[in-house]
Design a protein around this ligand. Structure first.
Ligand SMILES: Nc1ncnc2c1ncn2[C@@H]1O[C@H](COP(=O)(O)OP(=O)(O)OP(=O)(O)O)[C@@H](O)[C@H]1O
Length: 311
């Protein structure tokens, strides 16, 4: 107990009234209110508190209003929405934003695998989930972490809404951006997302095979009707890059998604090639956006960051 008192005094010495110390069972929990601090000052305070109380669970909170939610959505499954969401998050983070990932894909929560955090479970402090750190600097909360591994999620309406809120309202600390990987289509998760959590904008992912982009158009319509701005359309699996010679061919034609975006009056953010390396690296939990020579996801993220900055 004397130890606790010493630790508490050390915490107060570095964080003053910004620190709230609570006992969570046997373990000490510290919540730092970083509202109004610069990112550097927040980091310094968090580091000082961690040094003062190495065994404590430390959470940094800040004004929620400053956090932008980006919904990554698609009209149908399998178009690479989760791959894009993971890499967009990493590229945004490399560009200087503080990014967290919410994996709300109840049908196939794949972010733990994509972000090299398979088998992890978030801890909770006072019923608030603490995002799990990933090797890529983007903490994660996933629907997949809320159920037994390998179990299908068979939830309906209210349970889905509750689970989504738990993820979005986790202890995201200083994160200024949450990239939300939505399930395909326009179901309960999307509805809760737009009604309760007001995303700043949506990024829509499609493939060139969606000839008239009928499914993507439906997804776009959904967000527009809900008053959520469309940040833009990304064409994934656009053109096939030969792993031997690097030549790009376009088995499904070229320019369809860009033309469709123009027709729909939404920005076209760019294309991601169909590349075996993207699939193998993603499956192995090594997102290509984390590579120093990434030239595919960084430009997409730069556009999203510029859009957020111009809001
Ligand atoms: N540009 C790409 N090149 C090669 N493979 C890709 C590319 N994008 C995605 N993939 C692969 O396609 C498969 C589906 O991608 P992903 O899981 O991201 O799609 P999704 O739209 O999120 O699917 P779901 O419907 O399950 O949510 C994965 O195996 C992934 O590695």
């Amino acid at each position: 107990m004397a130890d606790m008192k010493t630790m508490e005094a050390a915490i107060v010495a570095v964080a003053g009234a910004r620190a709230t110390v609570r006992m969570d069972g046997e373990r000490m929990g510290v919540v730092i209110d970083a509202t109004g601090l610069s990112p550097a000052a927040r980091d310094a305070m968090e580091a000082a508190v961690r040094a003062a109380a190495p065994a404590a669970r430390v959470i940094v909170t800040a004004e929620r209003a400053a956090r932008a939610l980006i919904a990554v959505a698609s009209g149908k499954g399998g178009v690479g929405k989760s791959t894009l969401a993971a890499n967009l998050a990493i590229a945004l983070s490399r560009g200087g934003r503080r990014v967290g990932v919410v994996d709300a894909d109840i049908y196939g929560p794949s972010q733990p695998r994509l972000l090299g955090a398979e088998g992890t479970r978030p801890e909770a402090l006072e019923k608030q989930l603490i995002p799990v750190a990933t090797p890529f600097g983007v903490p994660l909360l996933s629907m997949g972490q809320l159920v037994e591994p390998g179990r299908a999620i068979a939830w309906r309406g209210p349970m889905i809404a509750g689970a989504l809120s738990q993820l979005v309202e986790g202890a995201w600390g200083a994160a200024d951006t949450l990239v939300v990987d939505l399930p395909p289509g326009t179901g309960d998760v999307q509805l809760t997302m737009v009604q309760k959590h007001r995303p700043a904008g949506a990024v829509i992912v499609s493939t060139p095979q969606d000839l008239a982009l009928i499914d993507a158009t439906r997804a776009i319509d959904f967000f527009v009707k809900a008053g959520v701005p469309i940040i833009g359309l990304v064409e994934n699996m656009a053109g096939y890059q030969c792993p031997h010679c690097g030549e790009v061919s376009d088995p499904f034609g070229r320019g369809g998604a860009e033309a469709a975006a123009r027709d729909l009056g939404i920005p076209f953010l760019g294309r991601v090639p169909l590349e075996i390396a993207i699939r193998t690296a993603s499956d192995a939990g090594r997102p290509p956006a984390a590579e120093p020579d990434d030239t595919v996801f960084a430009p997409l993220a730069a556009q999203v960051a510029a859009w957020l900055a111009a809001r």
